[in-house]
Design a protein. Structure first.
Length: 299
């Protein structure tokens, strides 16, 4: 039997710090709840400034510095940061035996689409100056997972070498908000609701752009040729259908895709891995997947 007390404690933490109204206040709140527990003492971090945005290296003892997990944080393209996701990213690097590069891409509404995608491409170019494509895994949660797919699609479109794999946590793949679980899971999801997503989509996507643009909503992209994907989503998420529909679309495009639906888990639950066994387990699964993909690409 799964011990439900841990996820119930995380739910209590989130309900004690409800989402405020303003963007600055929301950004502070996601850092507060995301960084509730610090990174492990044995992790080495190093800030790096790219062209107009920040990033951060991390390395756990025994990890291979020539293997990279590049990670894009969630937050609906409007909040989230290197700080809010530091514990998740650094522990994922440990599990994957890889160095990590957390990317602090520019946020909307100050920097609407395509700023985040432009920064993702710039971060990829930065990595590729020194690292082989097949030694890089790309991952992200929520909006960051959507950005992961959009980056890989941009590389496909330009005929460039692709990363070894993609790791998608609770992916937001459809900014048209057509997933049925936005209604059916609304009462049990403590974080993500349709009105909030609509606000984020309107802030991120300029009025002259269509939210069905595959660069914005990768559910509608041509996914043929993508590298192996691991999708992890909780059963208690309003975005469950964004994950399941995307997994089906990837499978139909002959992509090697693994879909994990974690019972009772909420949106981006691996964020709270310090106090959540299921979060740690999900990260171990992802780490093993990344190791296999990079090792397979090397061979």
């Amino acid at each position: 039997m799964t011990d439900h007390r841990e996820i119930d404690a995380i739910r209590a933490l989130l309900s004690s710090k409800p989402r405020p109204v303003g963007w600055a206040e929301r950004r502070h709140r996601i850092e507060e709840v995301g960084a509730a527990w610090p990174i492990a003492d044995d992790i080495k971090v190093e800030a790096v400034e790219l062209n107009g945005f920040s990033a951060e290296w991390s390395l756990a003892p025994g990890s291979d510095a020539s293997h990279i997990l590049m990670f894009f944080h969630g937050g609906g393209y409007c909040s989230g940061s290197i700080v809010s996701h530091r514990r998740l990213v650094t522990e994922a690097g440990r599990a994957a035996g890889a160095r990590t590069l957390a990317v602090g891409y520019r946020l909307a509404p100050e920097n609407p689409f395509p700023a985040a995608l432009d920064d993702a491409i710039a971060a990829w170019r930065f990595l590729r100056e020194h690292i082989k494509a097949e030694h890089i895994a790309i991952g992200g949660d929520s909006a960051g997972a959507g950005l992961t797919v959009s980056l890989i699609n941009a590389l496909l479109a330009s005929g460039e070498a692709l990363p070894a794999c993609g790791w998608l946590i609770s992916p937001w793949t459809d900014l048209t908000l057509s997933g049925t679980t936005l209604e059916t899971k609304d009462a049990i999801d403590p974080l993500i609701h349709k009105g909030y997503l609509l606000e984020l989509a309107e802030a991120y996507v300029p009025a002259h752009e269509h939210r069905k643009d595959p660069r914005v909503s990768p559910l509608y992209a041509d996914l043929k040729g993508m590298p192996p994907l691991l999708i992890q989503v909780g059963s208690d998420e309003t975005l469950l259908a964004d994950a399941t529909r995307f997994a089906a679309a990837a499978g139909e495009a002959d992509v090697e895709v693994t879909l994990e639906i974690w019972p009772r888990m909420i949106h981006a639950w691996p964020l709270w891995n310090a106090k959540l066994e299921a979060g740690r387990q999900a990260i171990v699964h992802a780490g093993n997947f990344i190791r296999r993909c990079i090792d397979g690409a090397e061979r």
